[in-house]
Structures are given as structure tokens and as C-alpha cells.
Design a protein around this ligand. Structure first.
Ligand code: ARG
Length: 221
């Protein structure tokens, strides 16, 4: 059996480009997803029935259907209604963000609901209205609590972003596939792709663990 390590080394620059695209997709999707998730998470704890209903539909749809199907729906389905084509990058970012937003909405909802009743009562007794209470008392504490969960979502998205290879967006997995069509060496290349994903997820989970430790230290001060 020969294992062509030289081939892996040669492929690294191209795989590196893919890795950057994967990171870009993930960072953007989780950033936009956090904005969406905060909005929809707030709607899910709102007493307004319509807000609650709309947010629940959104969360249920994007968590209850496969990301792969959502990707096809946006990339191939939406242009039919819009009347103009979407480029791959836009379609990928839109789908990944909407999907991540649904998962983050649940994280935010749980974070808000985990804040002690006393905090709400204290805010009320200071004469705050709902908006002020959320902005100055509840959300800051909730966000601190959900940082580890957001980190996990980041890792999940990093891996799931490989699904956009099916619309030929050249992220890490797709770059690997393209190299294989030239070299006919799937074992070496997929192995390298896997190791690169592993490297990223390990680095990020270390970083999350570190942040978690720091936050714990701060909260006992
Ligand atoms: N693998 C699941 C799917 O295909 C979830 C994808 C999205 N994951 C996430 N954490 N946003 O539907």
C-alpha cells in the first residue's frame, strides 16, 4: 500500500483556500444567525401570540427539515420565484444563516428563561419597562450564559457547512473533491480534508473551554 504524503503536501495550498472559505461561511452564518436568533428567541418568549407563532414556525421549519433540502430550496427553488438566479455564495450564506438562526433562537430562548425570577422582579421594582428590563438586565446575563452553547453551534456549523459542496461552492470539502478529480487519490485527500476539519474543531473547542473557565472565574468574584 502506498500512501502519497507528498500529494497531501502539494494539495495544502488549495485545501487552505477551501479552509478559509469554510471559515468565512461559518463566521458569517453564525454572526447573522446570532442576530436572527436573538430576534426570534425574544419573539419566542414574548407574550404576543403572533410573534410567538411566527417565531415558532421559523424555528420548527429550519430545525425540522434537512439543511441539504433547505440549500436546494434556496439555491434552485428561490430563483424561480424571484425571477433571477442567486449566486452560490449568497445562497449558501442565506441558507446557513437562516438555519443557524433557528438553532440559536432556541439557545437564546433557553438562556432568557434560565435567568432567575428575582432578576425580573428586581428590574420591575426599579420601574423598568419590558424593553429596558430585557436590554439592561436579562439579555446581558443570558448572553454570558449561552456563550458555550453558541460555541457548540459554531462547531456544528463548521462541519455542516461542508454540505454546500453540493452546490459547488469551493469550500474545504469541495476543494478536496476537485483535487481528487485530477489526482484520483481519494484516500489521501479525504484524509487531509478530515484532519483539517478536526484541527479547526479542536482549536475552537479549546477556545470555548477557555472562555467558559474565564467566565466562571469572573462570576465567582
Ligand atoms: N445536520 C442537521 C441537518 O442536516 C443540522 C444542520 C444544522 N446544524 C446547526 N447546528 N445549525 O439538518
Amino acid at each position: 500500500m502506498d500512501f502519497r504524503i507528498d500529494l497531501i503536501l502539494q494539495s495544502l495550498p488549495v485545501l487552505g483556500q477551501g479552509l478559509l472559505m469554510t471559515l468565512e461561511l461559518t463566521v458569517l452564518a453564525v454572526a447573522i444567525g446570532t442576530v436572527l436568533g436573538t430576534l426570534f428567541g425574544l419573539m419566542r418568549v414574548s407574550k404576543n401570540k403572533i410573534f410567538y407563532f411566527l417565531a415558532s414556525m421559523y424555528v420548527d421549519f429550519f430545525r425540522g427539515t434537512p439543511l441539504l433540502v433547505q440549500l436546494f430550496l434556496v439555491y434552485m427553488g428561490l430563483p424561480q420565484i424571484l425571477g433571477f438566479p442567486l449566486d452560490r455564495f449568497t445562497a449558501a450564506i442565506a441558507t446557513l444563516s437562516l438555519n443557524s438562526g433557528a438553532y440559536i433562537a432556541e439557545i437564546v430562548r433557553a438562556g432568557i428563561q434560565s435567568i432567575d425570577k428575582g432578576q425580573w422582579e428586581a428590574a420591575l421594582s426599579l420601574g423598568m419597562n419590558y424593553q429596558q428590563m430585557m436590554r439592561y438586565v436579562i439579555l446581558p446575563q443570558a448572553f454570558k450564559r449561552i456563550i458555550p452553547a453558541l460555541g457548540n453551534e459554531f462547531i456544528a456549523m463548521l462541519k455542516d457547512s461542508s454540505l454546500v459542496a453540493v452546490i459547488s461552492l469551493e469550500e474545504l470539502l469541495r476543494k478536496g473533491q476537485l483535487i481528487i478529480t485530477r489526482t484520483f487519490r481519494p484516500f489521501e485527500i479525504y484524509f487531509a480534508v478530515a484532519i483539517l476539519y478536526l484541527l479547526l474543531t479542536t482549536l475552537i473547542s479549546r477556545f470555548i473551554a477557555y472562555t467558559e473557565r474565564r467566565l466562571n472565574i469572573e462570576s465567582t468574584d
